[in-house]
Design a protein around this ligand. Structure first.
Ligand code: G3P
Length: 228
């Protein structure tokens, strides 16, 4: 499973990238708003992320509400950088926009996916990535990982022809809120998990690893003391 980072914060992206395991970045309007950025600075900010992450997929969300607007956004945003991916919410307007963009070779990440039929439709339309949300199901007392399992099993039952040579569509486990969500996504065979910075760091720093290192450090100090 590949790791994407779910943030628009450049510092977090740079840090996660320095760990050498990052395969992409996903952003959304809420994550961009958290950076304190303004609408006028959105495209410039996305360009900075793309530059910092050359060769990695960087998802930028369209603000458009119509098919034409989404196509226009997709064309404009994809001209910003070669590694940009257009994020569109699954809806009647985005399916034809996805098809048109896919025909032009523009990669779409279909987001806000909450059911297997939505994911199957996104795949048929030509989405390069499909993002089923886990955490928001858990928020309403539903089973987020169960829903993710259904999406993965249904989508992987078929071939779609759009991105097959590239191995797409890839399923991105999104709305990841915990280390356990990451484990569940991998157990279910998600292609990618997009993980917020703090959770990604928790994936590295298991409490027992931290404790174990402290013990080893103390023992190194004892050994060094003995030598002196
Ligand atoms: O990238 C979109 C998704 O990961 C949002 O997560 O925590 O707002 O449900 P969340």
């Amino acid at each position: 499973m590949k790791f994407f980072i779910d943030t628009a914060n450049l510092e977090e992206i740079e840090t996660a990238k320095s760990w050498g395991v990052l395969a992409g970045v996903t952003t959304n309007p809420s994550l961009y708003a958290k950076t304190g950025g303004k609408l006028s600075g959105f495209e410039g900010h996305m360009q900075k992320i793309c530059k910092a992450c050359e060769g990695l997929a960087v998802s930028a969300e369209s603000q458009a509400k119509t098919t034409e607007g989404m196509i226009e956004d997709g064309r404009r945003l994809s001209a910003l950088a070669p590694n940009i991916v257009i994020k569109l919410p699954i809806c009647e307007e985005s399916l034809p926009a996805t098809r048109t963009l896919a025909e032009e070779g523009v990669r779409v990440n279909m987001t806000l996916v909450f059911s297997a039929p939505q994911a199957l439709l996104a795949a048929r339309a030509g989405a390069r990535y499909i993002s089923p949300f886990i955490g928001r199901f858990d928020d309403i007392g539903d089973d987020g990982t169960g829903q993710l399992e259904q999406v993965i099993r249904c989508v992987k039952n078929y071939k779609y022809g759009w991105w097959d040579e590239e191995g797409g569509p890839e399923i991105i486990a999104a709305s990841v809120r915990s280390v356990n969500h990451v484990t569940q996504a991998a157990l279910l065979g998600a292609d990618i998990a997009t993980v917020p910075f703090a959770t990604l760091r928790k994936c590295i720093r298991h409490p027992l690893t931290v404790e174990g290192r402290a013990k080893f450090d103390a023992d190194w100090a004892k050994v060094a003391g003995g030598q002196a």
